[in-house]
Design a protein around this ligand. Structure first.
Ligand code: GLN
Length: 290
């Protein structure tokens, strides 16, 4: 890998220049870290000794091109850099998949908590996108059988690529198709389902910040007229596809908790529960098949 030796003084001046153009410090630092390879602790040291040298994976000119595309064309840094961190691994991301959000990391903890010490079973990640949830599950419960579904071929190819890179010794079966439909052979056998489906009401898509609206796939965001179309399909199908005692855990929009729990109740799921995200917003609903 090419490396560029630069003094901290030069990097700091470059950083200041970029911030004069716009954006905030954490974003420039994210760029320096994720694209330049300058770790957070090295970034802190820059300020202490202006004469020390640091090596970057990309030149400041190259980083500046990325910064300008981000600032002036509203392209998410993660797409420009091509990867992002999620839980304890690094995922490749393209504009075919949603950039995995930090709040979604909690779905894994909730799932693991619900299954307790059940050391064999079958899990499904519905709407896998970059493969984030599937890869985390494959690593956390390697003795379980794992399945991941997406209706986008490009997303599925990327999820497979991410799995091969991050957890080459783990198996996940990838299915192209709509929610439960490609899983017919395992209906009734599924012990844990995690899903982060599209849940933004259609009318709100235009209000999303340009970074999201213009570059992230609407397929992964747009939940139809009331935002609940995908959730409805997932919840309605769950009763015939989960095993007895199997859990469905779903991420939803900030104001959908009541409606989702009502749907879960109406289809006959039991032990209904909800959980907040890191900002204190009720973001997850869960229930299990009787
Ligand atoms: N949490 C995402 C956002 O705020 C939406 C993800 C989704 O629709 N599943 O953009």
């Amino acid at each position: 890998m090419t490396s560029y030796e630069l003094s901290s003084n030069k990097i700091l001046r470059w950083r200041e220049e970029r911030l004069k153009e716009g954006g905030i410090a954490s974003e420039v630092d994210f760029l320096l870290d994720q694209a330049g390879g300058l770790s957070w602790s090295e970034l802190q040291k820059l300020h202490m000794s202006v004469k020390s040298k640091y090596s970057l994976h990309q030149s400041l000119e190259e980083l500046e091109i990325i910064w300008h595309k981000y600032l002036f064309q509203n392209i998410p840094l993660q797409y420009l850099i091509g990867h992002c961190s999620w839980r304890d691994f690094e995922l490749e991301v393209t504009s075919s998949v949603l950039i995995p959000r930090q709040e979604t990391e909690l779905l894994i903890d909730l799932g693991l908590k619900k299954i307790g010490d059940q050391h064999k079973g079958l899990w499904v990640d519905l709407g896998t996108g970059s493969g984030a949830l599937a890869i985390a599950l494959a690593r956390a419960i390697p003795d379980w059988e794992g399945h991941a579904v997406d209706c986008s071929r490009d997303a599925l190819l990327l999820a497979e690529k991410n799995l091969k890179k991050i957890a080459p010794d783990k198996d996940v079966i990838f299915h192209l198709g709509n929610w439960w439909q490609p899983l017919k052979p395992i209906w009734g056998l599924i012990d844990l389902v995690l899903a982060n489906p599209p849940y933004i009401p259609n009318s709100l898509i235009n209000n999303l910040e340009p970074l999201v609206r213009e570059h992230e796939p609407h397929l992964a965001l747009d939940g139809g007229e009331d935002g609940l179309e995908a959730c409805r399909e997932i919840i309605c199908g769950s009763i015939n596809t989960l095993s007895s005692g199997g859990w469905l855990i779903i991420e939803h929009h900030h104001d959908q908790s009541e409606k989702i729990l009502k749907m879960m109740f109406e289809v006959g799921l039991k032990d209904l529960d909800f959980e907040k995200d890191l900002q204190g917003i009720i973001r997850f609903a869960m229930g299990r098949c009787p």
